[in-house]
Design a protein around this ligand. Structure first.
Ligand SMILES: [Mg+2]
Length: 194
């Protein structure tokens, strides 16, 4: 099968690092800490104004993206899926204007962490239909992403979508996975049941 895999919060620990950075910078602001852990880091988790969020997020996001680590099991299970004959298509929304060179930055990061892929596709993640379009064009069978809106657009277009769990997406009833073992088990079950 052809598997579409998001990078941030599926392969990389983007939110974990961003949250740590926000907590650290929060001390220099009003030191209020987290006000709502169920909301997203840049939209309600902290009591920062829009301006405070932008002033911190945009100058730092590239440095943060370069520093990310792997989510547990991501490399091992991607390798296992490849060995079992699946086509690995990494689809990232990083072509969203936040990075000076998202292409080289991302390729370097994937190489550094020895992440296998057959194809690497960039979309603008702010366009909620972008990944569904790419999935259709590339005959993707299953897409794995942590974004409710991107997963929903895939489902609306007949593509199976798995939503990687995080606190701010828990109100969605899209098929949820909690880790790479879950992802692997779902893909194996789905393949065997077809
Ligand atoms: Mg993501």
């Amino acid at each position: 099968m052809r598997i579409g895999i998001d990078i941030d919060n599926v392969i990389s620990n983007f939110d974990e690092v961003l949250k740590k950075e926000f907590l650290e910078h929060d001390k220099a602001l009003r030191n209020t800490g987290i006000v709502d852990d169920n909301l997203y880091i840049t939209s309600g988790m902290f009591d920062w104004s829009k301006e405070e969020i932008c002033d911190f997020y945009y100058p730092n996001v590239e440095r943060i993206a370069k520093s990310l680590s792997l989510i547990d099991g991501s490399k091992e299970y991607i390798d296992k899926l490849k060995r079992e004959g699946h086509f690995i298509c990494i689809i990232t929304g990083r072509d969203n204007g936040e990075y000076s060179n998202p292409f080289d930055m991302t390729k370097e990061w994937l190489n550094k962490h020895n992440i296998y892929y057959d194809e690497l596709i960039f979309t603008n993640g702010k366009d909620k239909e972008s990944k569904a379009r790419v999935c259709l064009e590339n005959n993707i069978d299953i897409m794995i992403d942590d974004s409710v809106s991107l997963c929903k657009a895939c489902l609306d277009n007949g593509i199976v979508a798995l939503l990687m769990d995080k606190p701010c997406n828990r109100s969605s009833n899209i098929t949820r996975v909690y880790n790479w073992e879950d992802i692997y088990n779902f893909i194996s079950f789905y393949r065997d049941s077809r």
